[in-house]
Write a protein that binds this ligand. Sequence first.
Ligand SMILES: [Zn+2]
Length: 353
Amino acid sequence: MKSYNLLLIKIIQNIKPSVVSFVCISVLILMFPVFNVNAQTIDSKHFRLEKLAEGVYAAIHINGGYAICNAGIINLGEKTLIFDPFITPEAALDLRSAAETLFDNPITFVVNSHFHNDHIRGSQVFVPGTSIISTTTTREYISKNEPETIAAEKEYAPKRLAQLKAELHAEKDSVQRIKLIGWVGYFGALATSNSELKTQVPDITFEDKLILYGEERTAELIEFRKGHTESDLILYLPKEKIVFMGDLLFIDHHPWIGDGYPENLITTLNNIQLMDAGTFIPGHGNVGSKNDIVTMIDYIETIKLTARNLLNDGKSTKDINELQIPETYEDWFLSNFYKMNVKFMYESLKEKD
Ligand SMILES: [Zn+2]
């Protein structure tokens, strides 16, 4: 309740800060017989909240916003956990305020599912006061890669943003425009946040499995090596049968396999399919089910078959440029990953032959 009252006070102050008196606030609070804050009361241009169970929310990225990946807000009881705090401090601040509005708890843990920029950069707005958790390997990658990645983005992100804005301006096709808006959002996020970014290295790490016990629920963090990256983790809520997948799952988006191990990723996805769970939150896309894991496995198999056929026919990587995206995946976001994925698979199969 305290947070809800604070939110209401904030709203009132925004309306007319100078004339709001304590009496006025109290009357208004009494007039609002709403005791449960629902997801619709917390707006952000970067994400929309989706309630998955009592105390469990997914924050789903809005195309063109500065969240880029999906996040989770989980009430463990006396403490709140945030999963994957987005790509920018700006979007993470909205996430933090949503978490504080929903639950009257301190935000005790922020979890980074893997080292990619879109899943980790919001961590810095929670520090000090919150522990950042990742696998040991992911911590090493963040520590090693982030400083040079941030420095490189300072150079290329504004240039790429300008090109994409020009492309968007010229594009007439509505489907292409939606896809371009997504990329303008991504490079806009990189360009606008760059000067305030610092490398926020996790301060709690684990290997294999870490269980966080709360009064309300238990959250299991489970590591899978050599999947989407060298090390990825999922967050499993056994009571609610919900899994936050990080980038081990993309839904209606081409996954990025270029930093990973596609063959082993298929094994991992098959293992996750056997878990006692029904709701799966991807790193990118809408909340899904086990069927979406099957679709992701099919996608990787398709990429593999395409690459294998190219090799068998004696084709070179240049021929990949001529490929058309298969109809099943035509409307998916991040479509420029398709050829890059085939190329990555082609090179890795070639190396093995
Ligand atoms: Zn990723």
